[in-house]
Write a protein that binds this ligand. Structure first.
Ligand code: 8YV
Length: 315
């Protein structure tokens, strides 16, 4: 296969770069000081884009690439890709589902456990000398046997629910329709009603316009001052202003967050709070999973430009 010119939107680990550079000529958009000039210089040769779930690809960029044929996303979430702009020109879009599902589910449950039992604070309690000076670490919150709501029973939500079963938790879920494979769990379609009967509410719906602020002020209030909100999906699924106000006023007990509006530059109000866990969008961030994601990004591009079927097409 002749080397095809690919616009690379964000950095990838070295192991992905070595493999990509074997078959493609990469144009690292993220390194350019003057991005418009960078695009002007390479747009005429670019036939593919390699991006990331958190970075996506805007209509403006899509329209600046007259020969673009495929957009390969490193991540399961493609909400940051302007699908309408891609569809208008029959540009293929691929993502990396399944390979990251279980790691993201592990991470969501890990945040629930770590936040409930105060594990991060306890580490500081030991390291700071508080344990010897102040005595026993303050008591925290039991997890097993509590009520958990899963907002969105897709692949990741389903894996989280399975993990919570092992903690003897009372599981309910919200989805567009009842899932026959989930008959052992309660189906509560309305997010507010789901929050009302949850101690923990996981947000696992796909990001995008259809789910923007699905967790609104009313849902947050229904979860309440004893409740914990856990987000491993997209920041856009939560009304972040309502979340911040609820955390500041203690009308929501706690939030464990892996995603933020404007990330990595999150709202500084989060840094003033002691009832949040703040994580750097790392739910899929294990070596194994990221290698599998990178392989899928590459293999989709290689398949397309070799005339073979795409492995994981979105459109
Ligand atoms: C991304 C994610 O890959 O899968 C997704 O959609 O959000 C992450 O796993 C992230 O953007 C890593 O760069």
């Amino acid at each position: 296969m002749n080397k095809v010119n690919i616009l690379q939107i964000g950095p990838y680990p070295d192991w992905d770069m070595e493999a990509l550079e074997r078959n493609f000529i990469l144009h690292p958009y993220f390194t350019a000081e003057d991005k418009d000039a960078f695009i002007e210089g390479c747009a005429g040769s670019i036939r593919g884009v390699a991006t990331r779930g958190d970075l996506g690809l805007s209509r403006k960029l899509i329209e600046s690439l007259p020969h673009l044929e495929i957009i390969s996303v490193y991540g399961v979430g493609y909400d940051a890709v302007d699908l309408d702009a891609a569809r208008e020109r029959n540009i293929h879009v691929t993502n990396t589902p399944d390979v990251l599902t279980k790691d993201v589910a592990d991470f969501g449950v890990a945040m629930m456990l770590a936040a409930s039992r105060g594990i991060i604070g306890a580490e500081d309690w030991v390291r700071s000398g508080d344990w010897s000076q102040k005595g026993m670490y303050p008591l925290k919150t039991r997890v097993f046997g509590k009520r958990v709501g899963i907002l969105g029973l897709g692949r990741i939500g389903y894996e989280i629910a399975k993990r919570c079963t092992a903690f003897m938790m009372d599981i309910a879920y919200s989805a567009r329709e009842k899932k026959e494979f989930a008959s052992e769990w309660s189906y509560i379609q309305d997010p507010r009603a789901l929050a009302e009967c949850s101690d923990y509410l996981f947000v696992t719906v796909t990001g995008g316009a259809a789910t923007k602020h699905i967790v609104n002020k009313a849902v947050i209030e229904s979860l309440g001052p004893e409740g914990m909100l856990i987000n491993v999906s997209r920041a856009s699924n939560i009304d972040e202003e309502a979340l911040l106000a609820a955390l500041e006023n203690k009308t929501l007990g706690y939030a464990a967050l892996d995603v933020f509006e404007g990330e990595p530059d999150l709202n500084s109000r989060f840094l003033e709070l002691d009832n949040v866990m703040l994580q750097p969008h790392q739910a899929s961030g294990t070596i194994d999973t990221r290698k599998a994601m990178g392989r899928l990004v590459r293999e989709n591009l290689e398949a397309y430009f070799s005339g073979r079927e795409l492995l994981t097409p979105v459109i």
